[in-house]
Design a protein around this ligand. Structure first.
Ligand SMILES: [Zn+2]
Length: 66
């Protein structure tokens, strides 16, 4: 099984890093964790956090309990 949306894992940083709203503490924390994951070279974690940041404000009907 192969997905049609392979992330560019060969890049040091993803191109589409979402910005966090300055007034959102949750996203600020996610961005901080994303920076730490990037420092470790943990790109799958970075991608996870980017998804979480996006979902936090764009996918309201798909809310997850953290
Ligand atoms: Zn947020």
């Amino acid at each position: 099984m192969k997905t049609t949306m392979d992330p560019p894992v060969h890049l040091a940083l993803p191109l589409d890093e979402p910005e966090s709203p300055l007034d959102c503490g949750v996203c600020a924390a996610l961005v901080e964790q994303r920076g730490e994951a990037a420092d470790r070279g943990d790109l799958s974690r970075v991608t996870d956090l980017n998804v979480e940041i996006r979902n936090h404000h764009s996918a309201r009907r798909k809310r997850r309990k953290a």
